[in-house]
Design a protein around this ligand. Structure first.
Ligand SMILES: NC(=O)c1ccc[n+]([C@@H]2O[C@H](COP(=O)([O-])OP(=O)(O)OC[C@H]3O[C@@H](n4cnc5c(N)ncnc54)[C@H](OP(=O)(O)O)[C@@H]3O)[C@@H](O)[C@H]2O)c1
Length: 235
């Protein structure tokens, strides 16, 4: 089994890597950060997620001669950083921040879905893309977080598009837009105060739940939008 984890620096990605590692799979990681070279089972690549860099990584993966990819995990997602703050009201919306969030949360994942197509196994292959319930238009009763919400809603639409095309060109590939629930990672750190008891998950719990979900997914040519309990989320 060959797995690739994009955005491998994510805390949830790290837990996914640990759980795959326990099953002695070939693991390929891609991150902006330098890879951990200490583990021979893990093939780590760096990327700035530009199209040129993505193409280079695809070639490097081909050069590994491991065969086609069975599992893809695309974990990229930015909520806040030094330059970007979540919007509480419409006046907070800043064009530059908005474009930056769209770039990392929406464009980067779909560029990988585009680039990986030729090297995916054409049977029982899954692509898991980390989305978020907050990208559900029908679930939006709170407002706020304009850029992040829009980035995940747009991500879901692009995945739906890809799914329609994959259903004709890569029938053996299933795409999952996954909501991990509120998980204890740097992304959620500033917002954990109001999370109800028992509702802040560890990355390890999320990785285990995701593994079970993937094992039970039907390759049906449809995009699934599921949470950590495998419950479908309304678009
Ligand atoms: N934690 C939660 O409560 C929660 C809830 C719902 C959904 N999610 C989603 O779950 C996924 C994983 O998040 P996490 O909680 O594990 O967060 P995290 O530890 O903060 O990881 C951040 C992720 O975003 C990537 N990233 C950061 N800056 C980027 C940039 N400029 N361009 C492209 N990618 C960039 C990182 O990739 P590198 O490896 O390159 O650093 C990494 O994959 C995200 O898609 C997030 O939206 C999380």
């Amino acid at each position: 089994m060959n797995s690739i984890i994009i955005g491998a620096g994510s805390a949830i990605a790290q837990a996914v890597i640990q759980s795959l590692h326990a099953n002695a799979e070939n693991i390929i990681t891609v991150s902006r950060k330098l890879p951990d070279q200490s583990n021979p089972v893990i093939h780590g690549f760096t990327s700035d997620y530009s199209p040129t860099s993505i193409a280079k990584v695809i070639q490097q993966i081909k050069d590994l001669n491991l065969g086609s990819i069975d599992r893809v995990y695309i974990c990229n997602g930015v909520l806040q950083n030094d330059n970007i703050k979540v919007e509480k009201r419409i006046e907070d919306l800043d064009p530059e921040s908005f474009m930056s969030v769209l770039h990392s949360n929406t464009l980067t994942p779909i560029l990988w879905v585009q680039a990986l197509l030729p090297i995916l196994r054409q049977q029982n292959c899954t692509i898991t893309v980390f989305s978020a319930r907050i990208g559900s238009i029908s679930d939006n009763n709170l407002g706020g977080w304009y850029s992040y919400r829009a980035s995940k809603a747009a991500l879901n639409m692009l995945l739906k598009n890809a799914c329609v095309e994959y259903a004709k060109r890569a029938k053996g590939v299933k795409i999952l837009a996954f909501h991990p629930g509120t998980t204890d990672t740097p992304l959620s750190k500033p917002f954990q105060k109001n999370v109800p008891k028992g509702k802040l998950f560890s990355p390890e719990f999320v990785a285990t739940s995701l593994e079970e979900i993937i094992q039970n997914l039907e390759v049906d040519g449809q995009l699934s939008f599921k949470d950590w309990q495998s419950k479908d989320i309304l678009w």
